[in-house]
Design a protein around this ligand. Sequence first.
Ligand SMILES: [Zn+2]
Length: 105
Amino acid sequence: MKESDYICPGCKSSVTNQFRPTFIAASGMLLIGIGAWTFYIPVVGLVFIILGTVMVVASPFLKDVHICKECRKIWRIKPVTKVSPSKIINFMERSQKYKKNNENK
Ligand SMILES: [Zn+2]
C-alpha cells in the first residue's frame, strides 16, 4: 500500500491507498509456503494454501485498484499516462519537418 493523490469518487477524500499486485502475489506465495510447511496440521495448512492461492490468482486483477481510507470504498482507476513536455515538443518538431518535406516534393 502506498499513498497516492487520487480522489475517492465516494467521499472526495484524497486519503487513498493503491493495491500493489506484486506485493499481494508475494504474500500469497509466502502463505502457500507456510501452508506447505504446516501441512501436517489439519485444516491450518490447507487454509494457508487456499488463502495464498486466492491472493496469487487475484493479484493481477488488483492492478490500478484503489481503496479509500475514509469510507472504505474500493474502485478501479483509469491509468493516466503522463506525457512529458519534451516529448510533445519533439513530436511537434518532427511533424513540422514532415510537413516541410512534403512541401518540397
Ligand atoms: Zn471515500
